[in-house]
Design a protein around this ligand. Structure first.
Ligand code: SF4
Length: 249
């Protein structure tokens, strides 16, 4: 399929998804043909999507990026979630050569020293494993919500991702936290205990802190950086991350 037809398909899908509930949104994507992959970070939004896939037995692959720097609570939750919903969550790990190269150049925790080093670490531990997780996929399902941060405020239900040549689907784009919490309670969805300790958004342990009352949901991610639009690179075009392009990682 060409980029033009993919754009057009994504636009049509975006309109169709808005009219459906979560299970129907996911079922529609699964029915379109082509491999659909959901990547979960085990955050509360992602747990809702995993629950909907598992409870409705939808033919969608579930994958996670096991970066090697996750909280123990997050790693434990992978097993618990598989058991609760009877599904398999495929773990994608960073490759040793990439980690060796990063550590030799920046040091294990060199990501605190510069944005370039931080993007290089995310490149090795997240972006490269993500590329492997999405190999051959036609659809990439994520738990992005418009309410998570200012730069996610325009998140569509579906959009063409030219870089990865697939359609990215965000079935919770219009959900608020209240709706998320209600779904979790109604469906006995296991959630990361860190959420109750002030971590609404949970990534790698050295790069995530609890937030203070009134702070934005993602204020605890890479808190030492000043850029309001800080992201790990999973959900921004690679061209917008100069240090990833200049790095071999
Ligand atoms: S979030 Fe932190 S530890 Fe995790 S991959 Fe990115 S820089 Fe590395």
């Amino acid at each position: 399929m060409t980029a033009v037809t993919e754009h057009s398909a994504a636009k049509t899908l975006n309109e169709q998804l808005g009219e459906r509930d979560l299970a129907a949104r996911l079922a529609l994507v699964a029915s379109l043909g082509g491999r659909a992959v959901f990547t979960t970070s085990l955050g509360i939004e992602d747990q809702v999507i995993t629950a909907a896939i598992g409870l409705n037995r939808l033919p969608i692959d579930v994958a996670t990026l096991e970066t090697g720097r996750l909280f123990k609570e997050t790693v434990d939750l992978i097993d618990e979630t598989e058991e609760r919903f009877g599904i398999e969550i495929t773990r994608f790990h960073p490759q040793k050569d990439d980690l060796d190269e990063f550590i030799a150049r920046y040091g294990l925790n060199g990501f605190y020293e510069s944005v370039e080093a931080r993007h290089a670490c995310c490149g090795a531990r997240k972006l490269k494993p993500l590329a492997r997780a999405l190999e051959g996929a036609s659809f990439w399902i994520t738990g992005l919500r418009r309410g998570q941060s200012g730069n996610r405020a325009d998140t569509p239900f579906a959009e063409y991702d030219a870089e990865r040549n697939l359609i990215k689907v965000n079935p919770l784009a219009d959900w608020d936290l209240e709706t998320i919490n209600a779904y979790v309670a109604d469906n006995a969805v296991p959630v990361n205990p860190l959420h109750a300790r002030g971590y609404p958004s949970i990534g790698c342990e050295p790069c995530t802190r609890a937030i203070k009352p009134g702070e934005p949901e993602r204020a605890g991610r890479w808190w030492w950086e000043n850029d309001e639009k800080r992201e790990c690179g999973l959900h921004v075009p690679e061209a917008a991350i100069p240090s990833l392009n200049s790095s071999s990682l």
